[in-house]
Every structure is written in C-alpha cells, then in structure tokens.
Design a protein around this ligand. Sequence first.
Ligand code: DLL
Length: 433
Amino acid sequence: MERYFQESIECASREEMIKLQNEKLVRQVRHVWDKVPYYRKKMEEKGVTPDDIRSIDDLHKLPFLSKADLRDAYPYGLLGAPLKDCVRIHSTSGTTGKRVVAFYTQHDIDLWNDCCARAIVAAGGSDEDVCQIAYGYGLFTGGAGLDGGSHKVGCLTVPMSSGNTERQIMFIMDMKATIICCTPSYAAYLGEAMKEMGYGPDDIPLKAGIFGAEAWSEEMRRDIEKTLGIKAYDIYGLTEISGPGVAFECSAQQGMHINEDHFIAEIIDPDTGEVLPEGEQGELVFTSIDKEAFPLMRYRTRDICVLTREQCSCGRTHVRMKKPQGRSDDMLIIRGVNVFPSQIETVLLNNNYAPNYQIVVDRVNHTDTFEVKVEMTPEMFTDNLGEITERQNQLTAGLLSMLGIKAKVTLVAPKSIARSEGKAVRVIDKRKI
Ligand code: DLL
C-alpha cells in the first residue's frame, strides 16, 4: 500500500471514528477554554462550560465563530498556543477589511501536510510521481500545503508557484510532470495555452490534477480532463481551518472526503443556526479537534453544501462533502433572486463555451442590471452580427431557464477577459446599496 494511505484512519468504522472524535473534542474544548479567553467568554455568554461537552452529541451547545469574530480578535485574539511555539502564519486573499491570519505550530503544519499527502495519494500519487505545484506560494495556503503533502508522499516536487504560463508548460514537458496542482481556472487556461502550442492530450505527461480553492462545475472538470488528458480531482480547504486538504476527492469523484479525524463537519441552516440532518443543504461549519495554534470551534465557513455518509467505492469511510454550491456571501442577489456564479458556468459549458466569463451587476434607477460577458471560443469567433445575436439569444434563454431571471449576454472576442493565475475574478458588483 502506498505511503500515506492511512487505512486505519481513512477506513475506520463509524464507531471507531466517533470514539476518536469524542476524545479529541473533549480535550480540545478544555484546551480552548484554558488558552483562548475570547472563546471562553463566548462560551460563558452561552452558559456552557467544558463539563457540558462530553461527546460530539454536545457539539451543538458550543457557540459559533464567524469571520466577524476573526476580525474582532485580529491579530492574536484567537491564538491557542504561546507565540514562541508558533512557527508560521498564512493569510487569506481578502480584499476588504483586515485579512484573516491563521497561526500554526509545527504539530499543526505536520497535521496539515498529512491531510495534503492523503489528497495526493487519493489522486493516485506516489513516490514515483513528479508533482508540479502551480498554486501561489507565500501567504496563500495553496502552495505551501500541497508542497508539504507532496514531500510527505515522496513525489519529486516542482515548486513553481503560480503564473508564468510558458515556464509552467516548459517544466511540465521537460520534467515530465505527472501531477499538477493549481486552481481549476488556471488549469483550464493551461489547457488552452498547451492546445495552442500544439500539444494534444497524448503529448502531455500529466495524469492527474488536484484543483481547488474556488468553485468549479462538473462540466469544467470534463473540459479540463479532455484537454490535458488527465483525471481531475477536487480539493477543498480554507485558511482558517488550515488550508487545502480539509477535504479531498478520491478516484470515485463523487464528493470530497473530509479528514474527520481532525475536523468535525456540521451543516447548519444559515439563518437559524440549527443543525440540519445529513443530506440537507446548508452552511458548512468546522470544528478543529487537533490543532494547537488556531483551534477554531464551530467556524461558519459560509460555504453552502451537502454532506453524505453513503458508502464510497474507494473504501474510505470519512464523510463526503459535495461540491460547494458557492459561498453564501458569493451568492449574488439580483432583483431578489439568488444567483451563484457556478450556475452560470454550467449553462456556458453546456453550450460549448469555455469557462471564461464575467458577471457585471449594477443598479440603475433602483433596478439591478445583470450582464454576463462571455468569451467566444476561437472556433466560434465571427464578425457576423446575425450569428452573434443568435448565439446571445440562445445563452440568454439558457440562463433564464437556469436562474429564473433575464441576463444581458454580451459575447466578446477570444482572450478579451483577463485570465487569473490564482482564483478567478468572476463578479464585478458595482451596486452601492
Ligand atoms: O482557497 C485553500 C485552498 C488552496 C483550497 C488550494 C484548495 C486548494 P482560502 O483562500 O482561505 O483557502 O479560501 C477558502 O475558498 O471557504 C471556499 O469558499 C473556497 N474553496 C476552496 N476550495 C474549494 C473547492 C483556500 N474545492 C474558500 N470548491 C472556501 C469550491 C472552494 N470552493
């Protein structure tokens, strides 16, 4: 069996996992109560003490933490370990307000690297592989996380970081990279660039891609798999909980296994905070039961998703999360209707467009305007106005049936929407409300 397929943990029975989670949760609540005055105060306000938390059945008694708490407590208020024991920070790419800063002890880094190693192994990785990491290095968790995982698996690690597409392609070809890790939008762009350079799927040495950090659809997966000739695996995570590897996809490609020996997942109703039963869609909440430096309890991710405990054909027993349906805060409300960028992407890919689009929302005379700019592919590029209008009408109809509201669709020339090397910028919301 490959290294880092941690069978005794990843395929543990439900009873074994509950026992482990109970022990870790009880210990962690005590740790946080003793070490994090900010959270202790929240517990006191809710009338909860560590004695009330005897098992995971009591988890719902604990107060939530949200991004607002992280801002309140910035920078050191949620620290669970002395600074001298912390060895690293990472931070989100937030553009408004204070950034979220997360802290790690060496124990936390090891645990996180382990999660990423599990993800690489689940994507078929071993010490035979050359793993090119094209997530950004630095404060962003993508580069460092997958890098750590790749080392643990024993892959030959190519620490490219993001950007410089020509150099990325040169290294993929020259080093014969077999695994690529980057955002799905960058993978699509790499595919496009390689195709233009004349590389077909059979010329490209890659066999697998580990793509995450942003929402992407099944249609986009198929597209990337076809152009690069790989199997594309989803990976999920967030800085607050550690980074990539909180959950990852296996060969079944039917949702991502959550590393529940380290993180307990719940789904709640985002309006009432009530815990929802398995299978219902709601906001994903995580409790870190193993981390020392940044032990967030019941952290509200704002990601909207569904959990399933149905048996997975890969043999792993960890609960799976379906692809997040976007974030509750990424969700646009346009003329009163909830719109997720992923829904728009699905319509585009179903109509043979590449996922290169931008949503522009504004408010004119108290009414929302909603425009979707979509790049034509080189094959469909034309200056025949009649043809363009027909295509625009087709997309408008597709979007109307998916979303229930009418968008103004504008087809633009190939390559005219700026590419992102990291997370794609899909939405420009000009409304001042
Ligand atoms: O994006 C960590 C990461 C790096 C994950 C590399 C996967 C690969 P943040 O910048 O803190 O961390 O952003 C976290 O990104 O709450 C989700 O909304 C979104 N996200 C992450 N992975 C996925 C995914 C990293 N696979 C936020 N699908 C999360 C959909 C994702 N959304």
